[in-house]
Write a protein that binds this ligand. Structure first.
Ligand SMILES: NC(=O)c1ccc[n+]([C@@H]2O[C@H](COP(=O)([O-])OP(=O)(O)OC[C@H]3O[C@@H](n4cnc5c(N)ncnc54)[C@H](O)[C@@H]3O)[C@@H](O)[C@H]2O)c1
Length: 270
């Protein structure tokens, strides 16, 4: 059921790779709620071509941009305002990649060039996105900017490797830029710490299936799905959350506040 929560609002959605992506589900939900947007992803991800199916379904233009390139981001924001016919009300940063994780490097044997890439793509790019938004004067007052995080920013999940540092950086940037953007434009900036979700980025972490199951058993509501996350992002983009900013919001079915569950005890004592 749709409520027209985003009627008349414009934005940019980063990171829809395929139909499992959190950004993909978000695009469909935002469209359903009346929002208009451009879609973007790294030029290399465009080769899959899937994003064009989503663009068709959402009547959205696709503008390629490597989120680590200030030049690409400048073009993206400028062009998005042209295409959409005005300044923006929402931005979703749904981007993550670690070459060390992808290539299976042990945390005691990291390649530091790759570590820097992890931080740049998965953390610093959030600052670049917001700095570009500010420099191009792209945001309307009471706009909303959201990025996706994971609880490994606060607690150790060994296989998450250098992505844990990238998420800690991301969450810190949300606070600093949230302060700045709040003061200057009343724009809010938040991160959502999402449950393990079966996507390309998620399942790329070794042992994913085990910690997906573990998190599910440790969450009274079970794991939040990509669709649940899309709904929550939509609320954060809407006027119903105007005073929420500089937060890392747990969207995890209760996982982060749970010590142990009967389900887990039963499993371990069998
Ligand atoms: N899947 C999970 O378990 C989970 C849990 C918590 C948080 N997250 C976060 O959610 C976000 C979205 O990931 P997802 O799970 O939907 O997976 P996904 O693989 O579908 O999305 C990741 C996206 O990042 C894009 N990307 C990579 N490098 C880029 C670059 N240089 N410039 C622009 N885009 C680039 C990819 O092309 C892809 O579209 C990520 O920040 C991820 O860390 C995922």
């Amino acid at each position: 059921m749709a409520y027209n929560l985003l009627k008349g609002k414009r934005g940019i959605i980063f990171g829809a790779l395929d139909e499992n992506s959190i950004a993909w589900k978000t695009a469909l939900k935002v469209k359903e709620e009346g929002g208009a947007f451009t879609l973007t992803n790294a030029p290399i991800a465009m080769r899959m071509g899937k994003i064009n199916d989503l663009a068709k379904a959402c009547n959205a233009e696709v503008i390629p941009a490597d989120a680590t390139s200030e030049q690409d981001l400048n073009t993206l924001f400028t062009r998005s305002m042209e295409v959409l016919g005005g300044k923006l009300d929402f931005v979703l940063h749904s981007i993550g990649m670690s070459p060390n994780v992808r290539k299976g490097r042990d945390y005691g044997d990291l390649n530091y060039e790759w570590f820097l890439k992890t931080l740049d793509i998965s953390g610093l790019s959030f600052h670049k996105v917001m700095q570009t938004a500010e420099k191009t004067d792209a945001m309307n007052e009471y706009g909303s900017i959201v990025a996706l995080s994971y609880i490994a920013a606060q607690r150790v999940f060994p296989d998450y490797s250098d992505m844990a540092q990238a998420k800690a950086l991301l969450e810190s940037i949300a606070r600093s830029s949230g302060y700045r953007f709040g003061k200057s434009k009343k724009v809010r900036v938040n991160t959502i710490s999402q449950s393990p979700t079966k996507t390309t980025a998620g399942t790329g972490i070794s042992g994913f299936d085990v910690f997906f199951e573990y998190a599910n058993m440790m969450s009274p509501l079970g794991n939040a799905t990509a669709e649940d996350c899309a709904a929550f992002i939509t609320v954060l983009f809407s006027d119903l959350s105007r005073m929420v900013t500089m937060q890392n919001l747990m969207h995890d079915g209760g996982f982060s506040s749970t010590g142990i569950t009967e389900d887990l005890i039963e499993k371990l004592t069998k």
